[in-house]
Design a protein around this ligand. Structure first.
Ligand code: AMP
Length: 230
């Protein structure tokens, strides 16, 4: 029996640990990790036209217009590394993007296997986001409250300098959480109706504990999927 690709979406509020879990899931399940936030930050850093168009939305904690991010994903999903399975992290974020994704995949004879929601209570999200730091050199993520580096401001892995993302300041964080509640949270209903939503509780738990649950959900989705398709 041929292995069918595992095509998944990771859903969760800013600060839910989505990115941290994505870094573990991708190698464990051999999936191409596609993060629209990372792609957009890369474009801002490279000073491209796309980056210039996206920056003011990102700095305010607002969503970049649908047509921009849909265009990014449409192009990215044509790359060969996505054929064996992908994991979308940070996309879709609106019902319009979700419908566009369904259409894109149907056009390619594919469909999402699973949407995994990492559920964390709101009060914990604010605390987590304010403490978030990342290494400038290797990108390793930290949290000064929950996952502090051994030496303040210095990466344990490579000795690089730790920094706070521009959009992790308190005003932007509050807006990002409101935007999530208003525009992205309705996606849980959309995917529940499709029968492909699974939820893992991420509140008050460390990344290893959350990943143990995530792994179980994904392993069983993969088995089911392999069994269903010839
Ligand atoms: P993230 O790293 O996923 O938190 O994304 C950082 C920022 O990039 C968001 O606050 C948005 O401004 C923008 N962004 C990323 N993905 C999307 C998306 N699917 N739709 C609209 N804006 C996005």
């Amino acid at each position: 029996m041929a292995n069918s690709p595992l095509d998944i979406v990771l859903l969760g509020a800013p600060g839910s640990g989505k990115g941290t879990q994505a870094e573990r899931i991708a190698p464990a399940f051999d999936l191409s990790h596609i993060s629209t936030g990372e792609i957009l930050r890369g474009s801002v850093k490279a000073g491209t036209e796309l980056g210039a168009a996206a920056k003011r939305f990102m700095d305010a904690g607002d969503l970049v217009p649908d047509e921009i991010v849909i265009g990014i994903i449409r192009e990215r999903l044509t790359e060969p590394d996505t054929i064996a399975g992908f994991m979308l992290d940070g996309f879709p974020r609106t019902l319009f993007q979700a419908a566009a994704l369904d259409e894109m995949l149907a056009g390619a004879g594919r469909a999402l296997t699973l949407v995994l929601l990492i559920d964390v209570p709101d009060e914990e999200l604010v605390q987590r986001l304010a403490g978030r730091r990342a290494c400038r050199s290797c990108g390793r993520g930290y949290n000064v409250v929950f996952d502090a580096p051994k030496v303040e401001g210095v990466c344990d892995v490579c000795g690089g300098e730790l920094f706070q993302r521009d959009d992790d300041n308190e005003t932007t964080v509050r807006n990002r959480l409101q935007v999530y509640a208003r525009q992205t949270a309705p996606l849980t209903g959309y995917y529940r109706d499709q029968g492909i939503l699974s939820t893992v509780f991420g509140g008050g738990r460390n990344p290893d504990q959350v990943f143990a649950d995530v792994e179980k959900v994904l392993a069983s989705a993969k088995r089911l999927d392999d069994g269903q398709r010839p």
